[in-house]
Design a protein around this ligand. Structure first.
Ligand code: PLP
Length: 386
């Protein structure tokens, strides 16, 4: 564990032996949980490892939280609305849907957990497909819920080869833009797949869609085999509030509601519901924030390219690139793990995945202007050998 780049700096476990107990169920032995990017306790580090927003949320969000607290916090005595109606109505208004076509969860990770449990778990129909290089939470859900899965290998250009799945399969799930590559598929390509595979449930994870990709939410009324998930964590700067959404026709949404109501009636607390509603009502804030992040992303991309990085064209709030100057490299000081470590020694935290084909890539969140400049300057120093 201690050698992993993703070990939290503030890790609590003191022993190197994994803690186990004879009381574990067989399921617990089979789990291998998702490891998120570390949340540092040391505020000195520049944190570009979990795709959080560098900006505080809309001022309307703060006002709504204050209002929801009430004078002396007395409203916290009461359970929140179990159906998150105000959040669903705000999302429905924004997307021209009805509120029963929307599900709200405690982060889109929870929404996705319900999706795997209730819709992608189809032993009689076959496995769910997802890209081999993708959100690494998907295989964790599969292990938790015993969902059979197969992977679709990204092509040479690191693109999801949707068309390679020519027959009907039970289900497909992929992020759009994909994570950690940042590459997006056009809505028309996804729609063509959804239309030609009416027996296949297609789940599009749009955690990063606001940063420049085309959403599939406008297709919801046309296709009963399409479900879209979104998150307020990244583009709306509410990772700390834990709000995720799903959009689909009412039958699909009902599956998620049934699972939620069999698990936790109140997954979204009062303050989070107020915050999410206000955030969804402030499109002007979103447009401004996303515009700044997209401009800084493009600057970061070209700065890295000038230094000899290959950077995939990103539609997200992060870039994914590796040091690959013409003529190749072979400098062991400049591999993915080495650059990750060197940046960390310079006080900058990014993400690196020890997985085939992408071990030399760094995933760098687009931070504030000064953070983005700092990572470029640090990489220049590292490449120059100082
Ligand atoms: C961040 C992320 C999520 C989860 O977002 P939360 O709403 O914070 O749970 C889901 N999918 C992908 C691809 C992500 O990167």
């Amino acid at each position: 564990m201690s050698a992993s780049p993703n070990t939290p700096l503030g890790a609590e476990s003191k022993s190197t032996e994994p803690a186990i107990s004879k009381f574990w169920s067989p399921l617990v032995h089979s789990l291998s949980p998702y490891v998120p990017g570390e949340q540092v306790l040391n505020g000195q580090l520049i944190k570009l490892n979990t795709n959080e927003s560098p900006y505080p949320p809309s001022a309307r969000v703060l006002a709504a939280i204050q209002h929801a607290l009430g004078e002396d916090g007395a409203r916290l005595r009461l359970y929140p609305d179990p159906t998150s109606r105000s959040v669903r109505e705000a999302a429905a208004e924004l997307h021209g849907l009805s509120s029963d076509q929307i599900f709200v969860g405690n982060g889109s990770d929870e929404v996705l957990a319900f999706v795997f449990q209730t819709l992608l778990n189809q032993p009689a129909k076959g496995p769910v497909y997802f890209p081999d290089i993708s959100y690494s939470f998907y295989p964790s859900y599969c292990r938790l819920y015993g969902v059979a899965h197969k992977t679709l290998a990204l092509n040479e250009a690191f693109e999801i080869p949707l068309e390679a799945l020519d027959e009907e399969v039970a289900a497909v799930i992929f992020p759009n833009p994909n994570a950690p590559t940042g590459k997006a598929l056009a809505q028309a390509r996804i729609e063509a797949f959804v239309r030609s595979h009416p027996e296949t449930l297609v789940v599009v994870d749009e955690a990063y869609v606001d940063f420049g990709a085309e959403s599939c939410v406008p297709l919801i009324n046309r296709y009963s085999n399409l479900l879209v998930t979104q998150s307020l964590s990244k583009s709306r700067a509410l990772a700390g509030m834990r709000i995720g959404l799903a959009f689909g026709q009412v039958g699909l949404i009902e599956a998620l509601v049934r699972a939620k109501d069999s698990f936790n009636s109140y997954p979204i607390d009062q303050l989070a519901q107020a915050a999410a509603t206000a955030a969804l009502e402030d499109q002007a804030w979103l447009k401004d924030s996303v515009g700044r992040i997209a401009a800084d992303r493009d600057w970061l991309t070209s700065s890295l390219q000038q230094m000899g990085f290959q950077v995939l064209p990103s539609k997200a709030n992060f870039v994914f690139g590796r040091y690959l100057p013409p003529g190749g490299k072979a400098d062991p000081r400049l591999t993915g793990p080495a650059l990750y470590q060197a940046l960390k020694e310079n006080g900058i935290l990014v993400r690196q995945f020890n997985r085939p084909r992408i071990e030399d890539f760094l995933r760098i969140t687009v931070g504030s202007k000064s953070q983005t400049r700092a990572v470029v300057e640090a990489l220049r120093r590292i490449l120059a050998g100082d």
